[in-house]
Design a protein around this ligand. Structure first.
Ligand code: HXC
Length: 262
């Protein structure tokens, strides 16, 4: 997995937790096309071909940035025709097909595409030093990796408008308050906390975790009626897995479950 990558690092532990680090600290981990290609292909590989990886943590190298956005130097001279014809930045949407949980461990600036990448993840944990923002407006563009959609769903119209129209940054504490991040922890504890959450998820049945994740995402993407129907079918289908029998038997027998489908 590791060898061919130059802009990211990956590591898979024996606890089911994979850590993917965006590794361009000299450019505050700006997301150029190489980073996009490598993050996407590593996530797809970990998702489909690496059973030992059950949860993926994404973070940034260094202590300044998760990612300070799409790479402005790479985009500066792009014409409209090129942006359109090459579907500029569209590759990131491939992450939507990852079924294993993605945790963003936001260790510093999460700006523009960096904030959008963090929001593509399923759980967003922040260091207390992190800062979030959608500064695209000051560059003469708008968010293009889902920011107008995911931020609005995460924090509501008024806050999303304020951030997207002013380009102003918010603190980790503010991000937690408005529901963008689930928690802020001291910077030195961020990776330990992220691992703790990931390990806890990794103890559960992999297909059941994937079903739960998919149902929550449907809540963001579809209406209540469709969502409830979808959830019910996924809930019923859990009863086709040994893991449901094991999980419930373990509860009744007052022991820890030993899920087979991990
Ligand atoms: C390319 C970047 C970069 C970026 C930082 N760098 N952000 N390079 N793309 N997004 C580079 C700087 O050019 C500099 O390189 C080095 O990283 C260190 O950055 P400094 O600015 O010197 O650091 P500092 O003074 O601490 O300021 C940190 C910062 C600032 C506030 C985060 O770097 C900044 O404002 N960055 C841009 C943030 C942004 O606008 N992001 C949105 C991008 S657009 P050198 O070579 O000088 O050392 C986007 C679009 C999404 O994401 C999709 C829609 C199209």
């Amino acid at each position: 997995l590791q060898q061919s990558f130059t802009s990211i690092e990956t590591e898979v532990g024996d606890d089911g937790v994979a850590v993917l680090t965006i590794d361009r600290p000299q450019a505050l981990n700006a997301l150029n096309s190489k980073v996009m290609q490598e993050v996407v292909s590593a996530c797809l590989f970990l998702d489909r071909n690496h059973p030992a990886a059950r949860v993926i943590i994404i973070t940034g190298a260094g202590d300044k940035a998760f990612a300070a956005g799409a790479d402005i130097k790479e985009m500066a001279a792009v014409s409209y025709a090129e942006a359109y014809n090459t579907s500029l930045l569209n590759g990131w949407e491939t992450l939507r097909s990852v079924r294993k949980p993605l945790i963003a461990a936001v260790n510093g600036y999460a700006l523009g595409g960096g904030c959008e990448l963090a929001m593509m993840c399923d759980i967003l944990l922040a260091s207390d030093k992190a800062q979030f923002g959608q500064p695209e407006i000051s560059l003469g563009v708008i968010p293009g990796m889902g920011g107008t959609q995911r931020l609005t769903r995460a924090v509501g119209k008024s806050r999303a408008m304020e951030m997207i129209l002013t380009g102003a940054r918010i603190s980790a504490q503010e991000a937690v308050k408005i529901g963008l991040a689930s928690r802020a922890v001291p910077a030195a504890e961020l990776m330990d906390e992220a691992r703790k959450v990931a390990k806890r998820i990794a103890e559960h049945s992999t297909p059941v975790v994937a079903k739960a994740k998919e149902c929550v995402l449907v809540a963001q993407e579809q209406g209540l009626n469709e969502g409830l129907r979808f959830e019910k079918r996924e809930f019923w289908s859990c009863f086709a897995l040994d893991d449901q029998k094991e999980g419930m038997a373990a509860f009744v027998q007052k022991r820890k479950p030993d899920f087979k489908n991990k």
